[in-house]
Write a protein of this length. Structure first.
Length: 103
């Protein structure tokens, strides 16, 4: 369904690609990780299609420090302004409200 790329590194700079949020996870968990299904607020209108890879991150509370890389997800299905995806890499626990960036 998608070509798995090399993992991102924690110090990769913020990209210029489209960003959004994780809005829901399938088990309604407070924290989740690898193999969980999630919904994001990006879709076909944002050039997201099945197979698209996204980085999952959180802004670092320390000013000037790099963002916190949490993992990666692969998009499974899309609508106009939403997509479902599976977390394929997890480095730290994730939660709804974490950011996503197209890879």
């Amino acid at each position: 369904m998608t070509i798995i790329t090399a993992p991102a590194t924690r110090c990769d700079p913020m990209g210029t690609k489209t960003t959004g949020y994780i809005v829901y996870n399938n088990d309604d968990l407070e924290n989740f990780g690898k193999d969980n299904l999630v919904l994001i607020d990006l879709g076909e209108a944002d050039q997201v299609s099945p197979g698209t890879l996204c980085l999952i991150y959180r802004e670092n509370p320390i000013a000037g420090a790099p963002r916190l890389l949490l993992g990666e997800l692969a998009v499974l299905t899309t609508g106009d302004h939403w997509a479902s995806g599976r977390v394929i890499r997890s480095y730290m626990p994730m939660m709804p409200g974490d950011r996503v960036e197209l890879k």
